[in-house]
Design a protein around this ligand. Structure first.
Ligand SMILES: Cc1cc2nc3c(=O)[nH]c(=O)nc-3n(C[C@H](O)[C@H](O)[C@H](O)COP(=O)(O)OP(=O)(O)OC[C@H]3O[C@@H](n4cnc5c(N)ncnc54)[C@H](O)[C@@H]3O)c2cc1C
Length: 509
């Protein structure tokens, strides 16, 4: 454990070109340096001496390759330095250094934060290289470094015949995903990723290292299960409960847009009481360049193809309109996860240079839906999908309607900070544009997804998924964590009363 001396704390230094207000806008945890403070370069060499991993400052070889996260719309934000931590001790050294120098800092694992808040103009404490994983088949558990990407976690646990509920995109970081929830194909069958968490290693604001579980720091353990990343400390490893890997049926049914009202109505009614082994979502897309909209009902089923046939027959009957086609393919767990991620192979299912997952500029937002969508709400949803055709320069826009329920309701808010246990659906609004013009003015894209969310608010309220961070949400505590925010604040006040770990939508002490 590395302690912080009083002398260090009083020696306030501010990053070159990183006034507090600018750093806050750029995102990430911000130490107490104010705008207009005296500028003094921190002694990066001191941090380097305390770390086994590299500290890459602007201009250093290799800096550019690690400066940014997943979304290239934020590539204009340049950190002063990236601490490439290779161990918990490195993270501890970086936290102590940031704190003692009053440096603005951000925490990054997979770098997929929709707002870009895992990168800022100060120090990035990067856990990407802490990615080692161990699987214990005897206890059916996996301990995973915070820097591991979803596809690598899937591959590792699948090699032991086991599986973990995760998300869709293979390059998303396990840390950010699990700390905020984790919604994917196994959510309705087995629960959220955070529901499988049994322990974590975390570096506190005083740079001490704590092992957290249901019996050690139980309040913090509760908070790490859905309370979101970045508010309590830097998590360096996570231990998950696994289950035997099932056989998946991956299915898809395209519909004409003219059937959209019937599809939404039938789907939401059917999924409200459907067998929890059935995962399903509605994928609406609008492509301005072609003037076309599309609707596909997709999902997975754990079990036999014959049993799925009965499920899909019943879903189609509830919709009352036959789809244009029905495709089903039987897959093992890893193959199903690759297909969900739209990857042709495990090797390619990584960001460049290791793989071929593109870094795509995007805007996103979400709504958690508790009551059945009324006919007026469905009409609004479909109208908003069509309105995406008018978003200039978007490659596509749209909305994914994800059915929750099932095992999400098996864990209560007494056991987990995830705030939306009773939500029926999640609406995820997206606008993407070309990677060749990543720093295009994002206003029309942000305007589209925020307008969509605002249009649905009269019907659905303002609940949102914390893993789809949204800077336009004013009361983020109420939106992300209805019913659990007060307790999250109590945990925050206990473990980080000085609010070292903070960003625009972190948990307030
Ligand atoms: C293309 C894409 C696909 C997605 N698909 C899904 C999906 O299918 N299901 C789903 O549930 N979500 C999905 N998400 C959302 C995703 O879960 C969140 O963006 C998540 O926060 C990403 O985690 P990360 O580690 O990659 O991101 P980061 O940007 O590294 O971190 C996200 C947040 O967590 C904090 N944080 C990161 N690492 C740590 C750490 N080690 N300790 C403490 N705090 C930390 C960061 O400061 C930041 O606030 C998707 C996002 C994208 C961009």
């Amino acid at each position: 454990m590395e302690s912080v001396s009083r002398r260090d704390v009083s020696r306030r230094a501010v990053l070159r070109g990183a006034g507090g207000a600018a750093a806050l806008l750029a995102g990430g945890a911000v130490a107490s340096a104010g705008a207009g403070s005296a500028v003094a370069a921190p002694a990066w060499s001191t941090l380097q001496q305390r770390m086994s991993g590299q500290v890459l400052v602007q201009g250093a070889t290799g800096y550019t390759a690690v400066a940014h996260g997943y979304n290239p719309r934020f590539d204009t934000v340049w950190p002063s330095a990236v601490a490439r931590c290779v161990s918990t001790a490195d993270v501890s050294a970086a936290v102590a250094f940031a704190r003692s120098n009053a440096l603005p800092f951000t925490i990054r694992s997979g770098g997929h934060a929709l707002t870009g808040w895992s990168t800022g103009t100060g120090l990035v404490i990067d856990t990407t290289l802490i990615s080692a994983m161990t699987v214990d088949p005897a206890t059916a558990t996996a301990t995973v470094g915070a820097g591991a990407r979803l596809i690598d976690v899937y591959q590792k646990v699948a090699s032991a015949g086991l599986a973990l509920p995760g998300g869709t995109c293979g390059s998303v970081g396990i840390a950010g995903l699990a700390l905020g929830g984790g919604i994917g194909a196994l959510t309705r069958p087995w629960g959220l990723t955070c529901d499988q968490l049994t322990g974590a290693t975390i570096v506190f604001a005083d740079a001490s290292v704590k092992q957290v579980s249901a019996s050690h720091w139980p309040g913090l353990f509760w908070a790490l299960r859905g309370g979101g990343g970045g508010s309590f400390g830097v998590v360096t490893s996570l231990t998950f409960r696994l289950r035997p890997a099932p056989t998946f049926q991956v299915w898809s049914m395209p519909y004409d847009m003219s059937a959209a009202p019937a599809v939404v109505a039938g789907y939401q009614t059917f999924m409200a009481t459907a067998d929890s082994r059935l995962h399903g979502e509605l994928s609406f897309r609008a492509t301005p360049s072609t003037g076309k909209t599309s609707l596909t009902v997709t999902g997975t089923w754990i079990g036999s193809a014959a049993a799925l046939t009965a499920q899909l027959d019943a879903l189609v009957a509830a919709i009352g309109v036959r789809p244009n086609a029905r495709t089903v393919s039987s897959q093992g767990y890893l193959a199903a996860m690759l297909q969900e991620a739209e990857c042709s192979s495990y090797a390619s299912c990584h960001l460049p240079p290791q793989g071929t997952i593109p870094r795509v500029p995007s805007a996103g937002a979400s709504t958690m839906v508790y009551a059945p969508l009324s006919p007026a709400a469905v009409t609004t949803l479909v109208d908003r999908v069509r309105a995406g055709l008018a978003v200039p320069k978007a490659t596509w826009t749209g909305c994914t309607v994800v059915a929750l329920g099932g095992a999400v309701r098996s864990t209560t808010t007494a056991d987990s900070a995830f705030g939306h246990r009773d939500a029926r659906l999640m609406l995820h609004y997206l606008a993407r544009w070309s990677p060749s013009t990543p720093t295009l003015d994002p206003t029309p894209f942000d305007g589209y997804v925020r307008g969509f969310r605002a249009a649905m608010a009269p019907f659905c309220g303002t609940g949102a998924y914390v893993n789809y961070l949204d800077i336009s949400i004013a009361d983020h505590g109420a939106a992300y964590w209805p019913g659990t925010y007060a307790r999250l604040r109590t945990v925050k006040a206990t473990v980080d009363p000085g609010n070292l770990f903070r960003f625009p939508q972190s948990v307030r002490p």
